[in-house]
Ligand binder design. Structure first.
Ligand SMILES: *[C@@H]1O[C@H](CO)[C@@H](O)[C@H](O)[C@H]1NC(C)=O
Ligand SMILES: *[C@@H]1O[C@H](CO)[C@@H](O)[C@H](O)[C@H]1NC(C)=O
Ligand SMILES: *[C@@H]1O[C@H](CO)[C@@H](O)[C@H](O)[C@H]1NC(C)=O
Ligand SMILES: *[C@@H]1O[C@H](CO)[C@@H](O)[C@H](O)[C@H]1NC(C)=O
Length: 428
């Protein structure tokens, strides 16, 4: 009897151990059986600084790197999933901040014995959450060889409906949000499963024009003046971390250096107890917690000097300069580098191309902001992040998120191959 119990216990443990974390994907297919990676153009909305892709039959969805769901307005008639469907449980694995718990679903009006699954779409811009049907929608993109679109592909994805009022704060014309976070019902994991592609996606966010997102991973070719081949072959890799309850992508940053001098931040000011360093496409510029912000701005101000080129501050930026006097070059302003010092001695180096923004008809400003009271839509509990790496700093970088290996490949594109040079002419 005891032996039987032991066997049972072991069997249960094995069963438990083999339930993989939500965002681990079954290894799939560079073996020819899966489909081709899917590409979609990415544009930046001038009014909101949010990035969108025309995924919903040509209508845009906002890309949200830290969102766990796809949500969109639904027509009157739409299919609904049942409460006992596994995807219903997954839709509830990340509960939005400040949203009441009201169960997995409600009785279906058409069949009172059927439980209809509902989810909680969260608008991280306004902070609003809703309760709405979990459904399936058709999304579309183009298959790609990494250099051009090849042919259109539509696919079905589990998504939450949302009332029209939930679109407040999104770019004009946008019909919802495509979460890209490390969650089973986020877009990258759904594309990987339905298209039998590797659990990877690439972002090449544009500063202007159309950049590209590729689901299923590289290669990525951006046409020349003088092409350099597959840009994903030139990336530096760092682990992706996750925080409990939070599907966003955290990086193991343990220091910040300005002009190669490490800032004297107290130990653990960034990592772990310090709240961590997270990537978020909803933040227009990198936001730093007040103590970190002060040190970074003061060090940059001091090492750049250039009192001759100084211009009055333009909120939210404190350090502004006459761009012409700073010596603009094709590779950006020649200003001190800001290094995000990663585990293993690697750096994500922000050069002038990523650290200075040219304000329209205005000066060039150091493009970092002090963190406000509330971040746009964080999920986990615990302390707010110390650093939120925002869209501006990710632009014209190739970012490859590998959900299977839980690592991020990153690298600035060469100045002559910015993200908006991706060739969207379909190959016939
Ligand atoms: C696919 O690519 C073609 C050519 O660039 C474009 O016109 C079309 O809108 C794209 N389709 C989707 C679904 O992205
Ligand atoms: C990373 O940055 C630090 C601080 O600027 C520097 O000392 C170090 O040499 C850099 N490491 C590499 C591999 O470039
Ligand atoms: C930058 O440094 C100058 C001195 O060179 C000082 O006058 C100015 O107040 C500093 N700006 C900020 C935002 O700290
Ligand atoms: C874009 O791709 C098309 C189709 O392959 C090709 O004919 C065209 O020359 C490419 N454009 C550039 C700028 O490389």
């Amino acid at each position: 009897m005891q032996q039987l119990l032991l066997v049972l216990t072991v069997a249960l443990c094995v069963a438990a151990a083999s339930v993989s974390p939500a965002w681990t994907l079954a290894g799939a297919s560079s073996d020819g059986k899966g489909g081709k990676p899917l590409a979609t153009p990415v544009t930046k909305d001038a009014a909101t600084s949010l990035y969108t892709s025309p995924l919903r039959g040509g209508r845009p969805l906002v890309l949200d790197l830290s969102g766990p769901l796809i949500w969109t307005t639904c027509g009157g008639a739409h299919p609904t999933l049942e409460c006992h469907h596994p995807e219903c449980a997954h839709a509830h694995s990340h509960h939005p901040p400040g949203c009441p718990h009201n169960g997995y679903g409600v009785a279906d009006e058409e069949d009172r014995f059927r439980c209809k699954c509902t989810a909680h779409p969260h608008n991280a811009i306004t902070g609003a959450s809703a309760t709405a049907d979990l459904t399936r929608v058709k999304l579309s993109a183009n298959a790609t060889d990494g250099g051009n679109p090849l042919y259109p592909v539509s696919f079905s994805a589990v998504a939450s409906c949302a009332p029209g009022t939930h679109l407040a704060g999104l770019p004009a014309g946008a019909v919802g949000v495509a979460g890209l976070a490390g969650a089973r019902l986020a877009l990258p994991a759904q594309v990987a499963r339905t298209q039998r592609l590797p659990g990877k996606f690439l972002l090449c966010l544009p500063r202007r024009g159309a950049g590209v997102a590729i689901f299923g991973g590289g290669p990525l070719f951006i046409p020349p003046p003088a092409g350099l081949g597959d840009l994903t072959a030139r990336l530096t890799y760092t682990p992706l971390l996750s925080k409990k309850g939070d599907p966003a992508y955290y990086l193991p940053v343990n220091g910040i250096a300005v002009d190669k001098a490490r800032l004297p931040l107290p130990g653990d000011a960034l990592a772990g107890g310090g709240g961590g360093v997270v990537l978020d496409t909803k933040a227009p510029y990198t936001a730093l917690r007040a103590d970190v912000y002060r040190q970074v701005v003061d060090a940059f101000n001091r090492t750049l000097g250039r009192d001759d080129a100084r211009r009055p501050a333009v909120a939210p930026f404190e350090l502004c300069y006459d761009g012409n006097r700073l010596g603009p070059t094709r590779i950006g302003y020649l200003v001190p580098d800001v290094d995000l010092m990663l585990e293993g001695g690697k750096n994500w180096t922000l050069t002038g191309r990523s650290s200075m923004v040219d304000l329209p008809d205005g000066p060039a400003c150091f493009a970092f902001v002090k963190m406000g009271g509330k971040r746009r839509g964080g999920y986990g509990k615990g302390p707010a992040p110390a650093v939120v790496i925002g869209g501006f700093q990710m632009e014209d970088n190739v970012l490859q998120f590998d959900l299977e290996k839980k690592q991020l490949g990153f690298g600035l594109t060469p100045w002559f191959e910015p993200c908006n040079n991706f060739n969207f002419t379909r190959v016939q």
